[in-house]
Ligand binder design. Structure first.
Ligand SMILES: Cc1cc2nc3c(=O)[nH]c(=O)nc-3n(C[C@H](O)[C@H](O)[C@H](O)COP(=O)(O)OP(=O)(O)OC[C@H]3O[C@@H](n4cnc5c(N)ncnc54)[C@H](O)[C@@H]3O)c2cc1C
Length: 273
């Protein structure tokens, strides 16, 4: 029996810039059911696990490494992923190009982690911009009272469902997070509930310790996932898309003109390295 994850071919059929750091991609996952021949389950259509924080691996053209993205929505064969574009990155740089529409990509079968314990009466969700898609989908699929702490650099008031009580937090800096401190200051509701959190890995490690040692939560009552690693592993690069995007919009430029500015600044930065 093969232990390889099932893979699916997909085509990028839509791309929308939601904000300075968030790009929505719509993939058609019904394009080539034969991809992954020899792997158990090959040929089966892509389907949701039904777990609201489910994610897929995404392999973009010319690459063999995957990066993980939350299934923001799946309607028929249309799969929506919301991709954070940060300072530098394999998927980031691909997703930033408007001409990624039409590209063929590979995705892996979805997996999920969210697991509400029986008896939970409330939900608390905490995360940065990479966790926003999962927090939105979780909040859309529950009737429980839900509080969300979202540490995001962009203005996205309509992204989360209005029934959730949302606290928006500015990140302390580009590519930085202070969520561990935020969680340590939270007032916890009475009774049993479920705490879900995702974001930068060092912050998540600190929170796991806090939940175990200070809050003494049983492990069935929380789920804390490192979605990306900051700090020492960052590669050198100076051009951040956020300010270029904002300046371009303020100047009334089209998306193409803004990306031309970005390309020019990136070329200048590379030439100086
Ligand atoms: C289960 C799961 C679900 C996820 N869901 C989403 C999602 O829905 N949307 C989403 O955008 N991301 C999501 N992520 C996070 C995403 O996989 C990582 O951010 C990934 O590293 C991005 O790949 P990249 O190719 O752009 O950058 P990489 O090539 O992986 O990294 C390049 C550099 O950028 C740094 N970096 C990576 N991510 C970030 C970031 N977010 N902010 C600042 N610096 C960063 C790295 O430290 C590295 O130095 C998820 C991760 C997991 C594990």
């Amino acid at each position: 029996m093969s232990t390889r994850a099932q893979q699916y071919a997909a085509e990028v059929v839509g791309r929308e810039r939601l904000s300075a750091h968030l790009v929505r991609l719509v993939l058609d996952v019904g394009v080539d059911p034969d991809l992954g021949a020899g792997v158990e389950g090959a040929g089966a259509p892509f389907g949701s696990t039904g777990v609201p924080d489910e994610w897929v691996g995404l392999i973009v053209p010319g690459q063999f490494q995957s990066r993980y993205y939350t299934v923001r929505a799946l309607e028929g064969t249309r799969l929506t992923l919301d991709v954070v574009v940060h300072a530098v990155g394999l998927v980031t740089e691909w997703a930033m190009r408007p001409d990624c529409v039409g590209d063929r990509v590979t995705i892996t079968e979805p997996k999920g982690s969210f697991s509400l314990p029986p008896g939970a009466r409330w939900l608390m969700l905490v995360g940065d911009l990479t966790a926003l898609p999962a927090m939105a989908r979780i909040a859309e699929t529950t009737d429980l009272p839900t509080r969300i702490w979202a540490e995001v650099p962009d203005d996205l008031p309509a992204y989360l469902p209005s029934r959730a009580e949302v606290t928006w937090i500015d990140p302390p800096g580009e590519g930085a997070s202070d969520l561990a401190r935020v969680v340590e200051g939270i007032d916890w509701p009475e009774g049993e509930g479920y705490f879900w959190m995702a974001g930068e890995s060092a912050q998540m490690r600190a929170i796991r310790k806090h939940l175990m040692r200070e809050r003494r939560l049983p492990s069935t009552h929380y789920d804390v996932m490192g979605y990306w690693r900051g700090g020492a592993v960052r590669q050198p690069r100076a051009v951040d898309p956020g300010p270029i995007w904002r300046a371009g919009k303020a100047a009334g430029k089209t998306d193409d003109e803004i990306w031309a500015d970005y390309d020019r600044q990136q070329a200048e930065a590379s030439a100086q390295q």
